[in-house]
Design a protein around this ligand. Structure first.
Ligand code: FES
Length: 159
């Protein structure tokens, strides 16, 4: 089962308002989901249950739409965005171990966010600075020649 951070009160209120304003429009499921994605920047799993109940549609239909379109994200954006390059040049220099260290230390998988919402993790195929690989970025700042032992040192700068 995927780890999900609990919805905040504000998020529940936002979802409720969007559902209320679309309740008179059956068949507006995608529109409701798009509005939630645009306001919260993700469509939480708990929110999907709420939508299914209130709009009287099966949860499987809601989940099916959210997982089909790349546009929808299932996890909240973290306070800091971490990108690990898994392109060939970085890969041959140990990018897999860097990614493994981030996953293990911060208990987060690519495409997800840590439970405390501190970090979101994405992987990318090339960041365009292969010469200094393996490379990660944090909030757009590039860290090159990474080693597993440097992961904590780098990420702990971001609170
Ligand atoms: S392959 Fe990693 S920066 Fe190009």
């Amino acid at each position: 089962m995927e780890k999900v951070s609990a919805l905040t009160k504000d998020e529940i209120a936002t979802i409720d308002n969007i559902i209320k304003s679309n309740r008179e429009n059956p068949g507006q499921l995608v529109k409701v989901l798009q509005e939630i994605q645009s306001q919260l920047r993700y469509v939480p799993l708990e929110g999907q249950k709420l939508i299914a109940d209130r709009l009287n549609v099966p949860i499987s239909k809601v989940y099916g739409i959210v997982s089909f379109y790349n546009f929808f994200r299932l996890f909240p954006p973290g306070k800091h965005s971490v990108t690990a390059c898994m392109g060939t040049a970085c890969y041959v220099r140990g990018a897999k171990d860097i990614l493994g260290e981030i996953r293990k230390k911060y208990k987060v998988e690519p495409g997800q966010t840590t439970v405390d919402r501190r970090f979101s993790l994405e992987v990318i195929r090339c960041l365009g600075c292969c010469a200094i690989g393996p490379v990660i970025t944090v909030d757009g700042k590039v860290y090159g020649r990474m080693k597993p032992a440097k992961v904590k040192e780098v990420l702990e700068k971001y609170n």
